[in-house]
Design a protein around this ligand. Structure first.
Ligand SMILES: *Cc1c(COP(=O)(O)O)cnc(C)c1O
Length: 392
């Protein structure tokens, strides 16, 4: 008997069969003529997915964390000042990475569940008339709390202050799922990983680099070797590429672009909204403090006092073979997370909601079985995808 259930963690995400097959190719000599078409297809598809027409995409055999490190070490110099908000586990880890590289991080503390404090950023940038700040870091989608921040508003604040800092965006749990506009938002470095919106196994760090960031790379930088953009941009891959994953990425971007990025975003929004309707029906609330911040890729759900979110996730795994995201850092134990990104359908989301209800009921949460499922069903029936409405 197969007991393979979908996962509801916010990455790694479920892998479509076609992508799994694309990853499974015989050994290839990456110096042969067979490799460049795969690599070029992957890179040009990524550019379209993130809304980028200038600059370069580089892809390392690494995870998203490697993309953070590459962005920072290629464009900043020892002691450089960077501005970042700490409002969740991922923003915290990127700050930590910068500090370990000897950068001077001006940390703006914000409550977990809130977004990037754009007003504070605006004031800080306006006050920095000497332009000591060399980079502004934004975690587009804080996966720990289920919060999506407004990158466009940060760009507007930088423009208003006429501030020349680089805008670095962690898009690991947004790119390929949520609206992302590299060119329009003036993003200088966009970081993604293969195992979230791209629906692949972990193993690729994907970085979009603007022309301005490429110029910064020429004049600055921290010690780097494995992550050196310059080696990646010679036209010859500097070491052994993860060919199977790159072939999978070429398939992934094909699938995303075939669906159409607007449809991909709309699907994520619909599915997320159904999950949020379920959460409301349970009488619970998202960790995200206001609807404008609600993430369409992951919902972190606040649990009642006395219910341990980590125990709940462990129980769901043991009893039902279903994975949910445990709370991290400051919200460890207080929340559990439902990931609803990547390969996700109404049907899968309903299964995830139903199983979460069973696990919560088992753990003593006062939840009526079926209440969340009914709320989500109602929403999905009334808000069918555009292509279904068109066919009806
Ligand atoms: C998953 C994640 C990361 C870390 O990526 P890894 O691939 O695990 O290194 C960074 N930032 C965000 C927002 C994430 O969701």
């Amino acid at each position: 008997m197969s007991d393979q259930n979908p996962v509801f963690i916010p990455g790694p995400t479920n892998i479509p069969e076609a992508i799994r097959k694309a990853c499974d190719i015989p050994t290839m000599d990456h110096r042969s003529a067979a490799f460049p078409p795969i690599f070029e297809a992957a890179k040009s598809g990524v550019k379209q997915v993130i809304g980028m027409t200038e600059g370069e995409v580089v892809i390392f055999p690494a995870s998203g964390t490697g993309g953070w490190e590459a962005s920072v070490t290629n464009t900043l110099s020892p002691g450089d000042k960077v501005l970042a908000a700490r409002h969740g586990m991922f923003s915290q880890k990127w700050i930590d990475l910068c500090q370990r590289h000897g950068l001077d991080v001006q940390v703006i503390e914000a409550p977990w569940g809130s977004g990037v404090p754009v007003e504070v950023f605006a004031q800080t940038l306006a006050a920095d008339t000497g332009h000591a700040i060399k980079a502004v870091l934004v975690t587009h989608n804080e996966t720990a709390t289920g919060v999506t921040s407004d990158v466009g508003a940060v760009r507007a604040a930088m423009n208003a202050a006429k501030h020349p800092a680089l805008l670095m965006v962690d898009g690991v749990s947004s790119i390929g799922s949520l609206d992302f506009r590299m060119d329009e938002w003036g993003v200088d470095l966009a970081v993604a990983g293969s195992q979230k919106g791209f629906m692949l196994p972990a193993g690729l760090a994907i970085v979009g680099i603007s022309p301005k960031a490429l110029a910064a790379m020429e004049t600055g930088g921290l010690p780097r070797c494995f992550f050196d953009f310059r080696d990646m941009l010679t036209g010859i891959y500097p070491y052994t590429p993860a060919v199977g994953l790159l072939n999978g990425l070429a398939k992934s971007v094909d699938m995303l672009l075939d669906e159409g990025m607007d449809n991909v975003r709309a699907r994520h929004h619909r599915i997320a909204e159904g999950v949020r309707q379920a959460v409301a029906a349970w009488g619970l609330s998202p960790c995200a403090v206001s609807p404008a911040l609600y993430s369409d890729t992951v919902t972190a759900i606040m649990l009642p006092e006395g219910i341990d979110g980590n125990a709940l996730c462990q129980h769901a795994a043991d009893a039902y073979g279903v994975a949910y995201g445990a709370g991290l850092g400051a919200v460890a134990g207080k929340v559990f997370r439902i990931g609803h990104l990547g390969m996700m359908t109404d049907v899968m989301a309903l299964a995830g909601i139903a199983t979460a209800e069973m696990a919560m009921a088992d753990m003593g949460v006062d939840v009526t079985l079926g209440s969340g499922v009914a709320a989500a069903q109602d929403y999905y029936r009334k808000n069918k995808p555009a292509h279904v409405r068109a066919a009806a």
